[in-house]
Design a protein around this ligand. Sequence first.
Ligand SMILES: NC(=O)c1ccc[n+]([C@@H]2O[C@H](COP(=O)([O-])OP(=O)(O)OC[C@H]3O[C@@H](n4cnc5c(N)ncnc54)[C@H](OP(=O)(O)O)[C@@H]3O)[C@@H](O)[C@H]2O)c1
Length: 344
Amino acid sequence: MLKVSIVGASGYTGGELLRLLLDHPRLEVHQVTSRRYVGQYVYQVHPNLRKRTRLKFVTPDALEPVDVLFLALPHGEAQKHIARWADLATYIVDLSADFRLRDADFYARWYGQAHAAPEWLNRFVYGLPELHRAELRTARYISGVGCNATATNLALWPALRAGLIDTTRPVIAEIKVGSSEGGITPNPGSHHPERANVVRTYAAFGHRHTAEVMQELGLAHVHLTMTSVDMVRGAMATVHAWVRPGTTEKDLWRAYRAVTKENPFLRLVKERRGVYRVPDPKILAGSNYADLGFALDEETGHLVAMAAIDNLMKGAAGSALQSLNLALGWDETLGLEFPGLHPI
Ligand SMILES: NC(=O)c1ccc[n+]([C@@H]2O[C@H](COP(=O)([O-])OP(=O)(O)OC[C@H]3O[C@@H](n4cnc5c(N)ncnc54)[C@H](OP(=O)(O)O)[C@@H]3O)[C@@H](O)[C@H]2O)c1
């Protein structure tokens, strides 16, 4: 068993990691940190873990050396002390946006400030196994993924990889997200009377995850529009793009079938009958699957590519664990092979 600790374990992604790690056959959770709940049992913050662990939260200052350290901190915190974290563990998996972008200038452009540890950017591998499996197998430092970026990237990547997209035309992603994306700390917009029942577009342009889509898909003309909807978990990307002249529905079937065959957590959902004919995040809650779909207007070449994920799983903790499994030389599905709930 390898020893693992989580910094920021009182948050939503930290809690989700803990849920996964407690059942992992080859990893043992050593310590979990929280400054607010120090000394309390983790189930007092994550009630789903009652009777699954007797761990208590410790302060970050009490961390002991381990094999793997997960960082589940708000944006900007991991980069401030990365050398200290790296002294504590052989492997670092950082779920924040701090080490997702490879270029310091690109980071400054999208995050509005200089990176505190630019020399570390190239040491991290972007933790989306579908796109970086080979590099992850030799990685020591793994970045998390942006959940909205992941839904967008997975929706379009199969068609892009097959060379079917006209990249001279813009790609427009409309993303609907649940409230857990905002983390555990409440704010006026997450107050129940304000957040319940919403369909609220909060970023028409300029969402920071756009940078991850540009970097990962190599696209220059891409726009993300973010809308909060009435879910707790889930991100649903509906991506509009144009295919190259002559591309048929059959070409797209081939492209999407190929990636779902090669990748254990990608599924193609394209049915003629039934309720679930296209991807729907509702049935993915708690699972690491990403459901992909597409529709093509052959006359105009307009492609609608879709992906549904659980933002806390494939969009955060699930991809992080899948990436770590690869880095440790294990089957990438270890500790992740369960479906979501239905009905829910
Ligand atoms: N939520 C999502 O859907 C999602 C998806 C993908 C990626 N992410 C990224 O993952 C990271 C964590 O997100 P989250 O939603 O889990 O956030 P969260 O719920 O706000 O949790 C963050 C935790 O970090 C701890 N913390 C805050 N400042 C700290 C500091 N200076 N030193 C040590 N601990 C500190 C807090 O615990 P204490 O105050 O108790 O110490 C808090 O519980 C973020 O960077 C986010 O962008 C989130």
